[in-house]
Design a binder for this molecule. Structure first.
Ligand code: GAP
Length: 452
């Protein structure tokens, strides 16, 4: 696995991820996804949607607002409870997450300590890692939700950017039942941006203030919690392997009772062995009836489910799977960007599964003299629904192969002088590097059969 600096510079050079707002001197810990990054991100989201929504029975998809009625966040417990402990160095003004500072400097897990206990240890025993002085504020709560405002009348109203997509799903639970004839057990998935004013964002795209989530809320009867929790544990494992991640780099961690989020009865995190060490990739949580009960109470709308067959009414329980697109992105790149020996030389190759590759194929004229004919073939292939393909001329064919290997393109198709006569091209496979001569008329079928 490459180190994180190599990965960041590779992603920038190849057009996957740029530093955010770079022409204005940047914005700390913000990143913009370039053309290839945007394509890979879309492919990850599409794979998630295919796997968890489209290919499942009884799963619906939603696209709800980022800004919701502020009462949603009171009911969900985010107003008041969704905060991290922060502490500031009074000398150099650097801000730290208090429990992370204790973990980093003393190797002690202080996540569940009171603010007083964290303050006491830091003030007594820890020097600021930036300026080496020991002059700290008290540890205090740092509200994680981003606030904004809107005006209803002449008065400003505090609004929040959603810190998770899940609440948009819960408040539409009844709408989905009423309009889609949904019957328990069923699920609702949502993909979208979430925002958290993290005290200490960092590790590249691992922890940012703005990120995308893939969340699935599965509504069940209380007695079925265990069964569906286990089912989703299995589904998650298959999904991660289908993205090309290696089992050996994935760790499953049962979250201690004391560290559970305010809504959770049980959580299992999946951690990935990133270049900077293990970090949370995703979580599965048994949210019980916490969310629907609270939204029922706060909204005065009954969110009971009426099981007409058995003539019973109850508030469903929820099993949630929640993962971040950027963390999956980083895990996939860390795992699949390889440097391989190729004869006397080395090649960088991004061994993405075909479904994730930004470009499915690259069309190359052997020399610039064949540009027009090769470009005609390229334009024709663009109409064939192969997915994104590109056209690459100039430089030796070997160098062009290398360029495409490094961004994961699965097939390189070379149009040469013989192609004018025999109507065939040479197609090269990214992983095996085997080259075959095939009829131009068979390109689509060949790709479909060999996409893996
Ligand atoms: N609805 C449940 C929920 O939001 P979470 O553990 O707070 O649970 C779920 O977040 C996932 O979202 C995490 O496992 C991670 O993949 C991603 N995530 C959370 N905070 C993030 C951040 N600041 N930057 C990038 N991804 C983040």
């Amino acid at each position: 696995m490459k180190d994180i600096k190599e990965i960041i510079s590779y992603l920038k050079d190849k057009g996957f991820i740029y530093s955010g707002s770079s022409i204005y001197g940047g914005l700390a810990n913000s990143w913009d996804f370039g053309p290839l990054g945007a394509m890979l991100k879309d492919n990850i989201k599409n794979e998630w949607k295919k796997f968890f929504v489209d290919k499942q029975e009884n799963i619906f998809h939603l696209d709800t607002g980022i800004i919701l009625n502020p009462k949603v966040w009171e009911a969900s417990g985010h107003v008041g409870k969704f905060n991290d402990p922060m502490i500031d160095c009074k000398e150099c003004k650097t801000r730290f997450r208090a429990d992370h500072l204790i973990e980093q400097e003393k190797n002690i897990d202080a996540e569940n300590w009171s603010f007083e206990k964290q303050t006491e240890l830091i003030q007594k025993d820890i020097k600021c890692p930036v300026c080496q002085k020991q002059n700290w504020t008290e540890a205090r709560a740092f509200e994680l939700m981003f606030k904004t405002s809107g005006s209803k009348t002449s008065e400003e109203e505090t609004l929040y950017l959603r810190p998770e997509t899940a609440q948009g799903v819960f408040i539409n639970f009844k709408n989905v039942i009423d309009t889609m004839n949904a019957k328990i057990p069923f699920g609702i998935g949502q993909v979208g941006k979430s925002f958290r004013n993290e005290v200490t964002p960092g590790n590249f795209i691992f922890r940012t203030k703005e990120f995308e989530q893939l969340e699935l809320e599965f509504f069940i009867k209380e007695n079925d919690s265990q069964k569906y929790f286990n089912l989703y544990l299995d589904k998650i494992k298959s999904f991660l392997l289908s993205l090309g991640l290696n089992k050996a780099n994935i760790k499953q961690e049962e979250v201690d009772k004391d560290s559970l989020a305010h809504y959770s009865k049980r959580t299992v995190d999946f951690e990935y062995n990133f270049p900077f060490g293990y970090g949370e990739l995703l979580g599965i949580a048994d949210r019980g009836s916490f969310d629907l009960s609270n939204h029922s109470n706060f909204s005065n709308e009954s969110l009971e489910y009426h099981d007409q067959k058995n003539n019973e009414k109850y508030i469903p329980h929820i099993i949630e799977t929640s993962m971040g697109v950027e963390r999956l992105f980083l895990a996939i790149i860390s795992e699949l960007l390889k440097t391989e020996q190729d004869g006397e030389t080395e090649r960088d190759v991004l061994k993405l599964p075909y479904t994730l590759t930004p470009y499915k194929a690259s069309i190359m004229p052997l020399t610039n003299k064949l540009e027009e004919e090769a470009n005609n073939l390229f334009k024709d292939l663009l109409t064939k629904d192969l997915g994104p393909i590109n056209f690459l001329k100039g430089g030796s064919i070997g160098k062009r192969y290398r360029k495409q290997d490094a961004i994961g393109t699965m097939f390189c198709i070379t149009f040469d002088f013989d192609s004018l006569e025999d109507k065939k091209v040479t197609i090269r496979n990214r992983d095996t590097m085997i080259q075959e001569r095939i009829d131009i008329a068979n390109i689509k079928t060949y790709i479909e059969q060999n996409a893996g």
